[in-house]
Design a binder for this molecule. Structure first.
Ligand code: FES
Length: 111
């Protein structure tokens, strides 16, 4: 599995999110409460809205358009709960954050 450097850990503090384009994938890095950095698809599974335009409270991502909510630790939908965000493998090496986009495709849900 190959990893691409995206940023450094100083670019995504605990409780923050940041959008990046990696190998043509729109991804969203989130650093949830506890400090672990995760990478999810950057576009809402509902419609074509960037999740970075929504809110992040440290635990939940909330899309600005129709307020769908996602668990920032797992990407699982909270409301509605029959959807999820695709998750990209993350590797931290020193201060650098790497993401692998191999074989990961965004998920889209019912409308
Ligand atoms: S586009 Fe995100 S909730 Fe509808």
């Amino acid at each position: 599995m190959s990893f691409t450097k995206v940023c450094t850990v100083d670019d995504v503090w605990e409780g923050e999110m940041a959008p990046y384009t990696v190998n043509g994938h729109e991804i969203l890095l989130v650093c949830a409460d506890g400090g672990e950095i995760k990478a999810f698809q950057g576009i809402c599974p509902h419609q074509d809205i960037a999740l970075s335009e929504g809110k992040f409270d440290g635990n939940k991502l909330i899309c600005r358009a129709h307020l769908w909510q996602f668990d920032a630790g797992t990407g699982q939908g909270i409301n509605p709960d029959d959807c999820a965000l695709a998750s990209y493998p993350v590797r931290i090496d020193g201060d650098d954050v790497f993401v692998s986009t191999e074989g990961v495709e965004p998920l889209f849900a019912h409308s």
